[in-house]
Each structure stands twice: as structure tokens, then as C-alpha cells.
Design a protein around this ligand. Structure first.
Ligand SMILES: [Zn+2]
Ligand SMILES: [Zn+2]
Length: 209
């Protein structure tokens, strides 16, 4: 029986990043993946679903994914997790690219530095796949070998840009090799745009050839 669910919030900020909420519908515990730019939208969704957040994960350190972090984590008194290679981006407006929008996004230090291992929340296990390329510390979060929260690494029909600070096409290619090996049936929830599956991307996405 599958008791895990996902909810989706589109952050109505400058770049409309996707925020995902992974939750157990019985215990109501949840993990928020990328708070995005709009803290109130995240909080409204958590309230509507009557959820109890226990962790906030950032797929990477760009401003469109992290801007609401501090409001969300203080609202629920939960830790923030990000890969160690992106942790410096949180408090650096140049590295997190918020200078591009004339804002100084500075997020407080994370409590958890993610590594490429399996973690256990109160209601599920999840694996962190380190997928540098878009940024040095980009990660994908794989849950129950069923859902992949891909951040800005893999999009429907495309991949994330590699020309920002810390980006690398060579690293991106290696990271995509990891994703190509995943089960075709895995649903993919990218950091922007529509959802897809590993199988669909293997068939249609030229970057996965
Ligand atoms: Zn990004
Ligand atoms: Zn993004």
C-alpha cells in the first residue's frame, strides 16, 4: 500500500520554481523540497493539507529555489538540508544569482549538509543522488524508487543551464549518466515546468542520448 503522496506548489516569483511537498497522508509528516520564492504559498499548502513539516531540502543553491527558506524553516522550526558543495551559495547573492534580480538573498546556514547516501525521515527513506553540473552541489532526491525530485538538473525535454557560477557541462554529462541508469518508470519532478518520467526522457530528451 502506498501511503506517500506529493503536493505541488508553483512559486509565483520571478522564475516560477516548483516546490514539492512529500508527505504521509496518515501521519501528516512532510518534507518540503525547494521552498521557492513564495513562502506564503508553501505555508498555505501545508495548512490546507494539515501537514506537519519535519525537514526542508534544497536541490541546489539558486535564489529561485531558496528565497523562502528562512521564513519556512522558522515557521515550522525545521532544519534545512543542502549539499555541502552548494552551502556557500545560501548566503552569497553572487553565487545564488540573486544579484541578477537586484535582490540580496541571504539565507542562514544549513543544519544538514547532504551527502550521496540514503537518509531516513520519520515516514520514508530517500536517497540523495549528487548531480553536479547546473551547480557543484546540485542533488536529485529519489524516493521509494518511484519519484525523482530533479531540481534544475533534468527538465522535461531539456536539462539545466551549465553557464552559471559553479556550472560545468562535463560534470553535467557525468550526472546524467547516473540518471540514465534509473528505473524507467520513475516519475520525475523537475525544478521548473512540467513533470515527466525517466522512460519518457530516455526516449525524447536529446541530452540523455
Ligand atoms: Zn538553478
Ligand atoms: Zn531554478
Amino acid at each position: 500500500m502506498i501511503i506517500l503522496k506529493t503536493a505541488h506548489v508553483v512559486s509565483m516569483g520571478v522564475i516560477e520554481a516548483n516546490c514539492f511537498i512529500l508527505y504521509n497522508e496518515f501521519t501528516k509528516a512532510c518534507i518540503i523540497i525547494d521552498a521557492g520564492e513564495d513562502a506564503q504559498a508553501v505555508i498555505d499548502k501545508v495548512t490546507t493539507l494539515d501537514l506537519r513539516p519535519e525537514l526542508l531540502i534544497n536541490t541546489h543553491g539558486h535564489f529561485d529555489h531558496i528565497m523562502a527558506d528562512d521564513i519556512v524553516r522558522t515557521t515550522y522550526n525545521i532544519p534545512l538540508a543542502i549539499h555541502e558543495a552548494d552551502s556557500d551559495m545560501l548566503s552569497d547573492p553572487y553565487k545564488n544569482a540573486s544579484v541578477m534580480i537586484d535582490k540580496e538573498v541571504k539565507i542562514k546556514k544549513p543544519e544538514i549538509l547532504l551527502k550521496e547516501i540514503e537518509y531516513e525521515a520519520s515516514f520514508c527513506k530517500y536517497s540523495i543522488i549528487h548531480t553536479p553540473g547546473h551547480t557543484q552541489g546540485s542533488v536529485c532526491v529519489l524516493v521509494a524508487n518511484k519519484w525523482l525530485f530533479a531540481g534544475d538538473t533534468l527538465f522535461t525535454g531539456s536539462i539545466g543551464r551549465t553557464d552559471f557560477v559553479g556550472g560545468s557541462m562535463a560534470m553535467m554529462k557525468e550526472s546524467l549518466k547516473k540518471l540514465k541508469k534509473l528505473d524507467k518508470n520513475i516519475e520525475v519532478f523537475p525544478g521548473h515546468g512540467t513533470f515527466t518520467t525517466i522512460g519518457e526522457e530516455l526516449a525524447k530528451n536529446i541530452y540523455l542520448r
